[in-house]
Design a protein around this ligand. Structure first.
Ligand code: HSE
Length: 437
């Protein structure tokens, strides 16, 4: 049997402890699958005395993750520290430079420095595996990088943040407030250390940026993503969506268009009958549309210790199985040096349907004026509904418009004109509608 694969883990939070536990409990099975044993030989974490429920009595401890990354005691460096700079970046770079394989769950790091790190990995002939960085336990990286060779992707979209999906699901099912649901998501360990990253869409954007590169062979362009989070979504939106046959999901979407690649993260109306609308709670889903395969939808647990550990252990096992000269190919599917420059499609040219919820003064002519502004901007309406806001607001009405396909630029101009007309009592709510099967 080949020599044991020696693993060093930096970061022993929920995920790190789960990885140690899975490697220990599943040692015999992993040995059978990989043809060699996998041994955790060294770790680096802030608090040495904390009880993590796993036996670390025989491993070496390193104060500094960079020292662990360079240590001769390991073959693989597992980065579970988090953050796109500082110890996470320094230690991953040091490990690759030292010729160690790397497994990371760090989407922020890859979104910012992934291409540069991939170049080092490819130069050094080592693996940089990151399955856990996108959609938790769903094996989407392997699917896109390995199983879909030869396919040309037209669109990839998905529910990539468990916290947001958990919040939206509970708001819809139980009529709860956004804040109450967020608190529970934090308590259950789904949310990032700073939950703003979840709810404002940054976490989804990091994951989308990685998928976009894999899908279209471009350099990662996380800063070129149109971003809107879910903190403005109200019960009024959720109820109106349900009435119209839609459900609201925070989607990350990357799409090939005539003018470039569109990357956007925003709350999205998807038809209630679509498959992606059935993805509830912390579950993630990724839909990939290609020329050969058609549409593929992967769904599964997107956050939490076990889901993430499952992906990390899968990556470690791939390294254990790999032999020099028999590896899974370039980090982002194409050699890092050959990734094309990213060509951004402007958000203003995005084409699609829109849901627009207006709260207006209840006076003569408002409805007609709103409809006229839509017509002025060549926006064709699929439906227009007027509701009472509630018994406490007799002088206000809600007007809900659903458009046929139009452009972002037209909708922005129409909403700006309606706002200037002075009919609105509150800011207009605009939610894009996504085609989904
Ligand atoms: N905070 C992330 C989520 C964890 O809620 O999906 C997994 O990246």
């Amino acid at each position: 049997m080949a020599e044991s694969l020696r693993v060093g883990i930096a970061g022993l939070g929920t995920v790190g402890a789960s990885v140690v536990r899975v490697l220990t409990e599943k040692a015999a099975e992993l040995t059978r699958q990989c043809g060699r044993t996998i041994t955790v030989t060294a770790v680096s974490a802030r608090n040495r005395d904390k009880d993590r429920g796993v036996d670390l009595s025989t491993v070496s401890w390193f104060e500094n993750p960079v020292d662990l990354a360079r240590s001769n005691e390991i073959d693989v460096f597992i980065e579970l520290i988090g953050g796109d700079e500082g110890p996470a970046r320094d230690s991953v770079r040091a490990a690759l430079e030292a010729g160690r394989h790397v497994v990371t769950a760090n989407k922020a790091l890859l979104a910012k420095h992934g291409v540069a790190l991939a170049e080092i990995a490819e130069k050094k002939g080592v693996l940089l595996n990151y399955e856990a960085a996108v959609a938790g336990g769903i094996p989407v990286i392997k699917t896109m990088r390995e199983a879909m060779a030869g396919n040309s992707v037209n669109r990839v979209f998905g529910i990539l943040n468990g916290t947001c999906n958990y919040i939206l699901t509970r708001m819809e099912a139980e009529g709860l407030s956004f804040e109450a649901c967020l608190k529970d998501a934090q308590r259950l360990g789904y949310a990032e250390a700073d939950p703003t990253f979840d709810i404002e869409g940054n976490d989804t954007a990091h994951k989308l940026a990685i998928l976009t590169s894999l899908a279209f062979g471009h350099k990662i362009a996380a800063d070129d993503i149109y971003l809107e989070g879910i903190s403005n979504i109200t019960q009024a939106d959720i109820r109106a969506a349900a009435e119209l046959g839609y459900r609201i999901k925070l989607l990350g979407v990357a799409q090939r268009t005539e003018s470039g690649i569109e990357q956007r993260v925003h709350p999205t109306m998807v038809p209630t009958a679509s498959v992606i609308a059935q993805v509830h709670g912390v579950t993630n889903a990724v839909a990939i549309e290609t020329d050969i395969l058609g549409e593929l939808l992967l769904s599964g647990p997107g956050a939490g210790g076990n889901a993430t550990a499952s992906a990390v252990v899968g990556d470690i096992a791939d390294i254990a199985k790999s032999r020099p000269g028999f590896q899974h190919g370039p980090v982002f599917g194409r050699p890092a040096k050959e990734l094309k420059p990213y060509k951004k499609a402007q958000m203003r040219s995005h084409a699609g349907g829109y849901f627009i919820r207006l709260t207006v003064h209840d006076r003569v002519g408002v409805f007609a004026s709103v409809a006229k502004r839509m017509a002025d901007n060549d926006i064709s309406l699929e439906s227009i509904v007027q509701h009472a806001v509630g018994p406490e607001a007799v002088d206000k009405k809600t007007v809900i418009l659903v458009t046929h396909e139009t452009t972002e630029a037209a909708v922005r101009k129409a909403v700006e004109a309606i706002t200037k007309d002075g009919h609105l009592t509150d800011k207009a709510q605009v939610i894009r509608i996504e085609r989904a099967g």
